[in-house]
Write a protein that binds this ligand. Structure first.
Ligand code: ZN
Length: 137
């Protein structure tokens, strides 16, 4: 099961509107916002070459992003690295078999109709890894 490319880098932010303006002013190409109910976040995407930057703001105190920001001294920062895969579920099975600790045993709904799943940083050397599969259009 191949890992195709870096789909996006997820960055936690405390104020989405302010951060959108900040990234726009740096010259990043804004693509719009979307709420992902499953993750309790509001996201903003910026295109950069074949990849994207995903800004993430919590919509609920129980959001993983709210917890990340709390652990990070109440500041934003790089939250996850997302890798594009052609089949999330089979990559999850493969990693599980190899002894990786999965946060999601079953793929969930991500932004833009993607299927996503997270692998625990404890088993990846400290990086929260997101596997990301695009639905066929
Ligand atoms: Zn992401």
């Amino acid at each position: 099961m191949s890992l195709n490319k870096i789909d996006h880098v997820g960055i936690a932010v405390t104020d989405l509107e302010k951060s959108i303006e900040l990234y726009k002013s740096m010259g990043f190409e804004f693509q719009g916002t979307e709420v992902v109910e499953d993750q309790k976040v509001r996201t903003a995407f910026f295109k950069i070459g074949e990849s994207k930057i995903e800004l993430l703001a919590a919509t609920d105190p129980e959001s993983p992003i709210a917890k990340f920001i709390e652990k990070n001294g109440n500041r934003g920062g790089i939250a996850h690295l997302a890798i594009h895969v052609s089949d999330v579920q089979s990559k999850l099975s493969e990693l599980k078999q190899k002894g990786f600790q999965l946060i999601d045993e079953v793929a969930k709904d991500g932004a833009h109709g993607t299927k996503i799943a997270f692998v625990h940083p404890k088993s990846t050397g400290g990086v929260l890894l997101e596997l990301c599969e695009k639905k066929e259009h």
